[in-house]
Design a protein around this ligand. Structure first.
Ligand code: A2P
Length: 339
């Protein structure tokens, strides 16, 4: 079996740490592992299995030493270093939105369009979708294949870990401050996140939507290769540490009963259906998704408001399937089929 030389860019961040765990858990075939971060972390030692690996300064790294680099250090870092890595023949799997909408960059969910990985040869870069799109499309792909989807209305309830380690600390800190009757301090979000919900994720666009909302539109079209699907998104940050939830309403092109949808989803790769309200069986971020690989689907029902309407509740760990896991799954396919 081929063993790859793997670099993790942003190895000390919220996603980078989980990438390390997943590589270890899945016995990813690694020869040399390079952990890269800013000069602030350079020199720290981290255990990976029985190896002790020193964190290196990204700015000094020679990407010719790596076959694959997994980037999760923010869009600006990807903009600067991903092309340098690709030029050194190191294939990049990028978690940021920087390259996602470039036509010649493949945007891959491994359960949905793994065949697009082959297009890495265009620029040496593969993009990982946004966490909210990821779980949505893992759940919707079997329905699109079976009956076609005309319209998607999706409202998200997104965990703070999607904004990185400092946001995890902000939710914890503000919660403690409020419970101790202190003034809250804000460093990451523009408004209080503890005991609150914020309908403001990423930059506001000219059409009144936020960029996080538009990512759901752009990425759904690109990944399903079907721009005729209309998408109406609302993206909301909630005071949850790990796990995004989505209330999804679909209009399908031909009828599909809730029972048929449930049967399709029960067979779908990467999906676990938890749906028996008589037993209070439904997924939440804390009780089901956090720390797990699958996308959990609950509350599958025919929409009472429209014809050919289907409603469901979709939950997944945003730093695992939403980011780190899909990145590692793409890298596994690269090693198996392309290196
Ligand atoms: P560091 O820990 O040294 O700051 P998060 O998404 O949790 O905020 O993590 C961001 C990740 O990106 C961290 O691993 C962080 O490293 C890394 N990072 C941030 N800025 C840089 C930079 N200028 N060069 C290299 N890595 C960076």
């Amino acid at each position: 079996m081929i063993k790859a030389n793997v670099a993790i860019v942003g190895a000390t961040g919220a996603v980078g740490v989980v990438i390390r765990e997943i590589l270890e858990d899945r016995n990813f075939p690694i020869d040399n592992l390079y952990l890269l971060a800013s000069e602030r972390s350079a020199g720290e030692r981290v255990m990976f299995g029985d190896r002790s690996v020193v964190v290196e300064n990204l700015a000094d790294f020679d990407f010719a030493k790596a076959d694959i680099a997994l980037f999760s250090a923010g869009g600006d870092i990807s903009a600067e270093y991903a092309p340098k890595a690709a030029a050194a023949n190191c294939i990049v799997v990028d978690n940021t939105s920087h390259f996602r909408y470039d036509e010649d960059i493949p945007l891959v969910v491994t359960e949905v369009n793994p065949e697009r990985i082959a297009d890495y040869t265009n620029r040496g870069i593969i993009a990982n979708p946004n966490c909210s799109t990821m779980q949505l499309l893992v759940a919707l792909k079997p329905i699109q294949d079976a009956v076609g989807i005309e319209h998607i209305n999706v409202c998200t309830y997104q965990a703070v870990s999607g904004s990185g380690q400092k946001a995890i600390e902000e939710l914890a800190r503000q919660t403690a401050e409020l419970l101790n009757a202190k003034e809250i301090t804000k460093k990451v979000y523009d408004k209080q996140i503890a005991f609150n919900v914020l309908p403001n994720i990423d930059a506001i666009q000219d059409n009144g939507y936020t960029k996080e909302e538009m990512k759901l539109v752009w990425e759904t079209h690109k990944i399903l290769e079907d721009a005729s699907i209309s998408v109406s998104p609302t993206a909301v940050r909630v005071p949850v540490f790990y796990g995004h939830s989505e209330a999804v309403h679909l209009k399908t092109r031909s009828p599909l009963s809730a029972q048929q949808a449930k049967e399709l989803l029960e067979k779908a790769p990467g999906v676990t259906v938890i749906d028996d309200m008589s037993q209070l069986a439904y997924a939440t971020p804390v009780t089901h998704a956090s720390g797990q690989d699958d996308v959990f689907v609950s509350r599958i029902r025919n929409d009472v408001g429209i014809e050919n309407g289907l409603a469901m509740w979709v939950v997944s760990d945003n730093v695992r399937k939403g980011a780190a896991l899909n990145t590692v799954q793409i890298a596994e396919i690269l090693v198996k089929d392309y290196l």
